[in-house]
Design a protein around this ligand. Structure first.
Ligand SMILES: Cc1cc2nc3c(=O)[nH]c(=O)nc-3n(C[C@H](O)[C@H](O)[C@H](O)COP(=O)(O)OP(=O)(O)OC[C@H]3O[C@@H](n4cnc5c(N)ncnc54)[C@H](O)[C@@H]3O)c2cc1C
Length: 412
């Protein structure tokens, strides 16, 4: 398939100045054959920033300045922060802002990200209850006074990072996790158990198998407590919800674009309207939605080609996960549960807090959980991506990249 090159005066409009939108413009600016007029619109009032760094910012590990992504200053490029788009009119190829202003486009990219998923329980709209997604959210959490009580709903990556940030600010934190262990999608019971013990030593209480039934507030409408389905009540001056995300697809759906949970795209990132593309957490590809930046980087590369008239195709690829909590090192990829015939290799050094669990399928590494010394994580991940036959170094595989590589090279 070939694509038209960008007409000389084409106006490309991007809705969403987040990680995906900003990266796309950065990539386009490196190309001479890019659309000459680009407008990037963002609902947030700030310049683009690195959302990933909200966690270390909340934890007081970095300054606010460190969040900022480079300004996109180039001829023909306009950045308009504080502009919420409320409608896409495909017939006239125009957008309507919340202010009523309209803007015409030739091609449009939707990069509106996602919103925290709030559980449908009574009291969820009380004051001091919210997600952890934006700079504004982080600023809200920074206002939690020391010695106040916070409850974090969700013991996944985001919930634990929020919990640690609040703890470092002197807040008493309880994490509620619905499943039987924290980070249940990335960690097996051993690694999750160690993580829970480490968090407990730091003063974070983790309640697993815990589900929220209702939140109660005071006469000013501020949250005061939270009741679990087992009847227990916890005091809460603040409730952070980190229980998943919902793609911001409503704008696309209202314009008639196809999609199930998010805006559906093909392998060129085109939606059901060829003049409109989508990427990042607001899109879905082959039924998959996204919640990490790595796949978004790959999408940006493909979309840059498409917008400049050259070819590339997006395909799903595995991602690895790390937790950004200081002095807790975790690295994980692939499935947690072995299939019949899979081999599990384990190394446990409880004294030094070092744990490795590898899943081999026909001598190819398909999954890993590392806790403690995670330096070899990227090497294991690379072996898995390359589907390398590790028969020759199987015996020393658990001891890391250096010895295993040597053995593989000697055998070659
Ligand atoms: C605290 C935190 C820590 C994270 N840590 C990691 C990590 O360690 N590793 C990792 O891979 N991922 C991490 N993530 C996830 C990562 O940040 C997201 O995957 C990434 O930001 C998604 O990029 P996006 O551009 O699709 O969405 P966003 O970055 O959310 O950008 C979407 C933008 O669109 C704007 N927008 C929405 N609707 C409209 C509208 N109607 N009009 C105008 N503008 C609109 C929004 O205001 C927003 O600025 C983290 C996320 C959070 C919140």
């Amino acid at each position: 398939m070939t694509f038209d090159t960008a007409p000389p005066n084409e106006h490309l409009v991007i809705i969403g100045n987040g990680m995906a939108g900003h990266r796309l413009v950065t990539a386009l600016l490196a190309r001479n054959d890019r659309p000459k007029h680009i407008t990037i619109l963002g609902e947030e009032n700030t310049g683009a920033y690195n959302r990933i760094l909200l966690s270390p910012w909340l934890a007081g590990e970095i300054d606010r300045d460190a969040l900022a992504l480079p300004a996109l200053d180039a001829e023909g490029v306009q950045h308009r922060p504080g502009e919420r788009v409320i409608r896409i009119d495909r017939a006239t190829r125009s957008l309507t802002f919340a202010t009523g202003e309209r803007l015409a486009y030739d091609r449009l990219v939707i990069a509106t990200g996602s919103t925290p998923l709030l559980p449908d329980v009574p009291g969820i709209t009380l004051d001091n209850v919210g997600g952890f997604r934006t700079q504004k959210d982080a600023q809200w959490l920074m206002q939690c006074p020391p010695d106040s009580s916070a409850v974090v709903i969700g013991g996944g990556l985001l919930g634990l990072e929020a919990a640690e940030g609040l703890r470092k600010r002197g807040v008493r934190v309880t994490v509620l996790q619905r499943s039987d262990r924290v980070m249940n999608r990335q960690l097996d019971t051993t690694a999750a158990g160690w993580l829970e013990q480490t968090l407990a030593r730091r003063g974070i209480t983790v309640e697993t198998g815990a589900q929220v039934a209702r939140l109660d507030g005071d006469h000013d409408g501020r949250v005061r407590s939270l009741t679990l389905t087992d009847g227990r009540t916890l005091a809460a001056d603040c409730v952070v919800v980190a229980a998943g995300i919902v793609p911001n697809a409503a704008l696309g759906f209202a314009a008639g674009l196809a999609g199930d949970h998010a805006i559906a795209v093909d392998d060129t990132l085109s939606t059901s309207d060829p003049a409109i593309m989508a990427l990042g957490e607001c899109c879905e590809f082959q039924g998959a939605t996204f919640g990490l930046v790595e796949p978004i980087r790959a999408q940006v590369e493909v979309l840059t080609h498409r917008l400049c008239g050259t070819q590339a195709h997006y395909h799903l690829s595995p991602t690895a996960t790390r937790l950004k909590v200081s002095n807790i090192d975790l690295y994980s990829f692939g499935p947690l549960d072995p299939e019949p015939g899979d081999e599990i290799l384990r190394y446990v050094d409880a004294e030094h807090g070092d744990y490795r669990r590898l899943i081999l399928r026909h001598n190819i590494l398909v999954g890993a959980v590392l806790y403690g010394d995670t330096r070899d994580g990227p090497w294991y991940f690379q072996q898995s991506l390359e589907q390398r036959d590790l028969t020759r170094c199987r015996d020393i595989l658990l001891f890391g990249a250096t010895d295993a590589t040597q053995q593989l090279e000697e055998a070659a």
